[in-house]
Design a protein around this ligand. Structure first.
Ligand SMILES: [Cu+2]
Length: 373
């Protein structure tokens, strides 16, 4: 890796020599340190802002660790940003600078970096952030485009897809300074925001068909890569494990509340669907400069992107939020629950008659049908 890293640094140094002075320092912008929180939750932030641009400081610590990913106890050699799959959602506004400290503790076994789809140049920052175990790096980029964007580890070659499907993916949300708007420019506000990171996983099986367990990412690599090459995931999950967002881990809301759901998939296409609900406003590609689509039943998240959907809950109950490849949702794990409390609206839906035995056909029904036709 050192040769590759030296080559990368060479490129970086050359780029810096040609680069304009660091504007963020010259501008003496205010700094704001943000404490990130683990998904599905999102750190507190303004939606519309009257403040000027800032330097937003974030820290991500890379953690390689063994985790359990389903009810059967299947283990997974995860590589993560801040210990969660996906990594935390970072929220800034257009014109802000993101200043990230990326830490690769000495307890890790591998070099890592970060490619921000929201950033411009140097492989999204990937060329400037490769850190070996025991190193850290600080990267700053300007948020010039609004929307939800994926970030992921990209150490190069076959390492990149492997690190991504091992958990090293997350998302950034760059809000317009005036907040979200509909296609006419009217402000849209959310009461809650949840971040759902979908991930395909490729856990090898032994000769008996049982999922294998490994002691380190390095040990898992060769056999995992064999499964990856066949493109058939063993698991497709939301937030790191089957059931991470269902049952007692359900997302919560109330009737009348508007929820923004940010959904990322760093490697593979997905089609989110809220069973019994809709996408009132959906930025399918996640880019707020484009008008949102309205009233959607299902939306499409392209692999390597993050989308955003805004919905106001109108009925109480348990809603499943799934990928509408229902085989993946039910067999592989890609499902979440929303537990919504409030008053039922009979006008929107009512059970006119409860299930009961089918009544016998009245005498002469056939005769009367024939007459009317
Ligand atoms: Cu990595």
């Amino acid at each position: 890796m050192f040769t590759r890293r030296a080559a990368m640094l060479g490129v970086a140094v050359a780029a810096l020599m040609l680069a304009a002075p660091a504007l963020a320092d010259e501008l003496k912008l205010p700094r704001q340190k943000v404490e990130l929180v683990a998904p599905p939750f999102v750190h507190s932030h303004e939606q519309a802002t009257k403040q000027g641009p800032k330097i937003m400081e974030f820290t991500l610590t890379i953690e390689e660790k063994k985790v359990v990913i389903d009810e059967q106890g299947t283990t997974f050699q995860a590589m993560t940003f801040n210990g969660s799959m996906p990594g935390p959602l970072m929220v800034v506004h257009e014109g802000d600078y993101v200043e990230l400290t990326l830490i690769n503790p000495a307890t890790n076994s591998m070099p890592h970096n970060i490619d921000f789809h929201s950033a411009t140049g140097a492989m999204g920052g990937g060329e400037l952030t490769l850190v070996n175990p025991g190193e850290q790096v600080v990267l700053r980029w300007k948020a010039t485009r609004t929307g939800t964007f994926v970030y992921h580890c990209a150490p190069g070659g076959p390492m990149t897809p492997w690190h991504v499907v091992s958990g090293m993916n997350g998302a950034v949300m760059v809000l317009p300074r005036k907040g979200l708007t509909d296609r006419t420019g009217k402000s849209l506000h959310y009461d809650k925001v949840y971040y759902i990171g979908e991930q395909d996983m490729y856990v090898p099986k032994d000769v008996k068909g049982k999922f294998k367990s490994y002691e380190s990412p390095g040990e898992a690599y060769a056999e995992t890569a064999d499964v990856m090459r066949k493109l058939i995931p063993s698991h497709v999950v939301f937030n790191g494990a089957v059931g991470a967002l269902t049952g007692k881990n359900a997302l919560t809301s109330n009737v009348g509340e508007t929820v923004l759901i940010v959904h990322s998939q760093a490697n593979r296409d997905s089609r989110p669907h809220l069973i019994g609900g809709h996408g009132d406003y959906v930025w399918e590609t996640g880019k707020f400069g484009n008008p949102p689509e309205t009233g959607l039943e299902t939306w499409f998240i392209r692999g390597g992107s993050a989308g955003a959907a805004l919905y106001t809950f109108l009925q109480p109950g348990i809603y499943a939020y799934v990928t509408h490849n229902l085989i993946e949702a039910t067999e592989l794990g890609a499902a979440a629950h929303f537990k919504v409390e409030g008053k039922w609206n009979d006008d929107l839906m009512t059970q006119v008659k409860a299930p009961a035995e089918i009544p016998p056909k009245p005498q002469g029904a056939l005769e009367s049908a024939t007459k009317h036709n």
